[in-house]
Design a protein around this ligand. Structure first.
Ligand code: MGP
Length: 203
């Protein structure tokens, strides 16, 4: 799929050919996606969580995706304590969003920056290319740059459905070619600071 998206984007940006045939127009995605940015690198004192979270750009073509990715949305461009998000348009990357409220996230830490860029891009392409069978269950993905270790998290809707979450987790690992354990935590546990914040499922 990654290759298909790349090929189709390259096809789309080609100039009209010498025989006068038009280059194909923009390649529409199945749905709209929104990039978000949260810069907590210079937190204002007393600012509530989310006060620096910004909805940056909504797109629905392969061409827009590539120009946004190339010019802006690479995690290696982020300062420490900042996040990029790609979420389905209409879903906010917050526990409070009704689509996320009963959800959770698969996540893991990443120790090397180039690895974070690569796995982020592979995930973005899988999402916009609708590569997950349970795509309706997915809210979006978050790349977090931190002082010590960076993080990648895939947010989904129905935390209680272990079978669906496990299937998504396995597929995600395949897509990003990741062999270590990843952990699924419920937003509800994080919100209530329950002892099992650490995770309920793993694959
Ligand atoms: P986190 O980023 O999910 O946890 O939340 P992590 O990865 O352990 O920590 P980090 O500091 O490396 O980012 C960290 C804290 O941010 C939580 O304990 C909450 O106080 C707040 N927070 C995070 N999220 C995603 C939300 C949210 O969606 N809503 C609200 N209200 N607070 C949040």
């Amino acid at each position: 799929m990654a290759a298909e998206l790349e090929t189709s984007a390259v096809g789309a940006i080609q100039e009209p050919s010498a025989d006068g045939t038009e280059a194909k127009g923009p390649h529409k995605l199945e749905r709209k996606w929104t990039f978000w940015f949260d810069n907590q690198s210079k937190p204002k004192q007393g600012a509530a969580w989310g006060s620096s979270l910004r909805n940056v750009y909504t797109f629905d073509t392969v061409e827009e995706f590539w120009s946004l990715y190339d010019q802006v949305f690479k995690p290696s461009n982020l300062p420490a304590n900042a996040d990029f998000h790609l979420f389905k348009t209409g879903i906010e990357p917050k526990w409070e969003d009704p689509e996320c409220a009963n959800g959770g996230k698969w996540s893991f830490t990443v120790s090397r920056k180039p690895q974070l860029d690569t796995m982020w891009l592979e995930t973005l392409m899988a999402l916009i290319g609708e590569q997950f069978e349970e795509g309706e269950e997915i809210c979006g993905v978050v790349a977090s740059v931190r002082q010590r270790q960076d993080k990648l998290a895939l947010w989904t809707k129905t935390a209680s459905n272990e079978a669906v979450q496990t299937s998504i987790g396995r597929k995600w690992k395949e897509i990003i070619d990741y062999n270590d354990k990843i952990v699924y935590s419920f937003h509800d546990d994080a919100r209530r600071e329950k002892s099992n914040r650490g995770g309920r499922y793993n694959v």
